[in-house]
Design a protein around this ligand. Structure first.
Ligand SMILES: Cc1cc2nc3c(=O)[nH]c(=O)nc-3n(C[C@H](O)[C@H](O)[C@H](O)COP(=O)(O)OP(=O)(O)OC[C@H]3O[C@@H](n4cnc5c(N)ncnc54)[C@H](O)[C@@H]3O)c2cc1C
Ligand code: FES
Length: 254
């Protein structure tokens, strides 16, 4: 489908936010789903690039993505201007399950944070208690903290200590899990694979719900090419684009 760029602005070092408007099934979007964007034009056309849906504004008819410029495709995106057309497929994949009434924790690292914003919006309206832990490399990479703070309490970590607490998000999670007063029921996470793997290690045998959102390089994006597989704990191969990107902590082998 062809939509249009509404806004495209730089948020932090190499991080951009784009609002995309037009006819889209906004009411069908689950938090954690993604769109596959055709990048480049004519002979310079590359494969589509998967980017998570960061926010949906059904009332105003637009959705927002946040992306890091890492290569040709995302560089091309950063050059787009308002009113330019954008060819997208979506919403794709299986997102997070929003469970009512549970004490929930959201954990995000770097460019894994965007899809957790739509999730935080939905959870904050439905759960008893929501805590959020966000981690970045340094203060230069930080974005959208104010938005998250409007929804719940936020613990901020940076690897170099330039903002918030110095260290990794796992420090914050360990403290919460060790606190006898806080019985976390669901942990929802998105970020680098090392972070997800460390969280799974901390969860261990605890019966924690929620899930981890994975990232893999993708080709078709719709489950046809098996180019994006990950392993389950039962040694089954699953497609991140069609079976995920969100998997339960118990199912995914990290
Ligand atoms: C389900 C899903 C959701 C995603 N959501 C977001 C998002 O919200 N914001 C965002 O900035 N990015 C997101 N990504 C990653 C994004 O798709 C890639 O960064 C993008 O495709 C890079 O395209 P490019 O042409 O700019 O870079 P390329 O020229 O294709 O690659 C540049 C560099 O980035 C690395 N790279 C490319 N794709 C990935 C990937 N999927 N995982 C790890 N490394 C990669 C390459 O190995 C290479 O080193 C998501 C990926 C998936 C699978
Ligand atoms: S990218 Fe083709 S199956 Fe996932």
């Amino acid at each position: 489908m062809i939509l249009r760029v509404k806004k495209n602005l730089k948020l932090a070092d190499a991080i951009w936010q784009m609002e995309i408007e037009g006819d889209f099934p906004y009411n069908k979007v689950q938090a954690g789903q993604f769109i596959n964007i055709r990048v480049g034009q004519g002979h310079d056309h590359l494969l589509r690039r998967p980017i998570s849906i960061a926010e949906v504004r059904q009332d105003e008819g637009y959705l927002t993505i946040v992306y890091r410029v890492v290569g040709q495709g995302t560089k091309w995106l950063s050059r787009l201007e308002p009113d330019m057309p954008l060819d997208i497929l979506g919403p794709l994949g299986n997102g997070f399950t929003v469970e009512e009434g549970k004490y929930s924790l959201i954990v995000g690292g770097g460019i894994g944070i965007p899809p957790l914003y739509e999730l935080a919006k939905r959870l904050s309206a439905k759960v008893d208690r929501l805590d959020i832990i966000l981690g970045f490399r340094s203060e230069h990479d930080v974005f959208w903290i104010d938005r998250f703070k409007k929804l719940a309490s936020v613990d901020l970590f940076t690897e170099d200590g330039s903002l918030g607490t110095k260290g990794f998000v796992t420090k914050g999670i360990s403290e919460i899990l060790a606190d006898k007063e806080r019985h976390i029921e669901n942990i929802y996470a998105c970020g680098p694979i090392g972070m997800l793997s460390a969280i799974k290690g901390l969860i261990g045998k605890l019966q924690i719900g929620g899930g981890a959102s994975l990232e893999e390089r993708m080709a078709c994006g719709v489950g046809a090419c098996y180019g994006c597989t990950c392993m389950t704990t039962n040694r089954e191969s699953k497609r991140v684009c069609a079976d995920g990107p969100v998997f339960s902590w118990q199912e995914v082998d990290l």
